[in-house]
Design a protein around this ligand. Structure first.
Ligand SMILES: NC(=O)c1ccc[n+]([C@@H]2O[C@H](COP(=O)([O-])OP(=O)(O)OC[C@H]3O[C@@H](n4cnc5c(N)ncnc54)[C@H](OP(=O)(O)O)[C@@H]3O)[C@@H](O)[C@H]2O)c1
Length: 339
């Protein structure tokens, strides 16, 4: 274990918004944890589309929180797994040496601070790369299924019964591949949409049917689903609604611009279409770090019932390439960085 009394650390640093070329590796001071924070020695960090939005500073409204002209925190990355090195004065329940995972500030570095409440304990049986991989993506998969009426964890059944018909668009992505497994484990009949090269492993995740979008459009399936979890946004909400059965739900979950516009426009359209639609729901959700849900995901990974798929594991010095990989929208599963 490296000692946190080191004054400098290696980090992927960004001083201006832009593409992956604005990310370079350098030495900066180890961040100091606040009273509610812990300092983590990062063993693995996973990259999400949100890190790409923050890297680019687009949509621009994000800059209200991250810095108007340039990123206030020069280090990108949120998902982290590692070991607690220092504990803030008002933190209870975590001590130096504890292994944790969850949401941190600037995880593409040797050390990162994190609000203790946004972390969960990392079971010994779970490799840090897998824990980092199920942070934001696992929570979004779980919270999306829950928003659609399918309760993926716990004994309490949700609104959808076993055998519910669930369509996952973007089934090979960070969220999609976890949503397929969580829904299948809950007894849903999952139709998974991905491209040719991903068909076999996505079927192995428990999909009842796999649709290769390079050969068949999901709009031509001629089927109706109780829940349509759309992580891609490549079709209009109105077109996707035609896939939803009476009483069912459409979750437009993409933050990437598409035919319905950017994320803000898509949410506004979803709300409007929901208002004027009878018998079917269109709803969006915002996933946030939640300790009990992180613990549930970690238990499933430890038990082997949830299997994170790693697209690529990059070294910290290759953080720019890792962000570029996610920015390209074609990673299979999760992109992970190990300092
Ligand atoms: N609501 C929330 O709180 C929340 C939280 C986190 C993320 N999100 C949003 O959720 C979305 C998905 O995130 P993610 O991490 O899963 O993204 P991701 O991992 O970057 O998704 C990449 C995957 O998308 C697939 N894909 C690309 N084009 C496709 C198409 N036309 N049809 C089907 N699949 C296609 C790719 O497969 P191929 O290479 O085979 O094309 C690839 O496997 C993002 O837009 C993000 O902003 C929302």
């Amino acid at each position: 274990m490296t000692d946190a009394t080191d004054t400098l650390m290696i980090a992927a640093i960004q001083h201006e918004y832009g593409g992956a070329e604005t990310i370079s590796t350098g030495r900066i001071p180890v961040p100091a944890p606040g009273p509610k924070d812990v300092l983590i020695h990062v063993e693995a960090a996973a990259i999400n589309p949100a890190d790409v939005f923050l890297m680019r500073g687009v949509p621009r409204v994000l800059r209200l929180g991250s810095g108007l002209r340039r990123p206030r925190n020069p280090v990108r990355g949120s998902d982290a797994a590692g070991t607690v090195m220092e504990v803030g004065a008002s933190v209870v329940g975590l001590s130096r040496g504890d292994r944790v995972f969850g949401a941190a500030r600037g995880s593409l570095a040797q050390y990162a601070t994190a609000t203790a409440a946004r972390l969960a304990r990392l079971p010994d049986a779970v490799p840090p790369e897998h824990a980092a991989a199920v942070g934001m993506a696992g929570l979004a998969a779980l919270h999306g299924l829950r928003a659609g009426g399918l309760e993926p964890v716990g004994a309490k059944p949700g609104g959808l019964e076993s055998g519910a018909r669930v369509l996952v668009n973007g089934a090979s992505g960070g969220i999609g591949h976890l949503a397929v497994q969580l829904a299948a484990a809950r007894g849903a009949h999952v139709t998974a949409v991905c491209s040719t090269r991903n068909v076999d492993w996505v079927r192995d995740l428990g999909a009842y049917r796999v649709v290769d979008y390079t050969r068949e459009s999901l709009l031509d399936l001629g089927e109706r689903f109780d829940l349509v979890f759309d992580n891609v946004g490549n079709h209009r909400i109105r077109e996707m609604l035609a896939l939803v059965a009476d009483g069912g739900t459409l979750l437009p979950n993409s933050g990437v611009p598409g035919p319905d516009g950017g994320p803000m426009t898509r949410v506004a359209k979803a709300q409007w279409i929901n208002l004027v639609t009878r018998g079917r729901r269109v709803t969006t959700f915002v996933s946030a770090p939640h300790r009990e849900d992180l613990e549930s995901l970690a238990s499933m990974v430890a038990a082997g019932t949830l299997r994170p798929h790693l697209d690529t594991v990059f070294a910290l010095t290759e953080a720019s390439a890792a962000l570029d990989r996610v920015a390209g929208h074609h990673a299979a599963g999760k992109v992970v960085v190990t300092p």
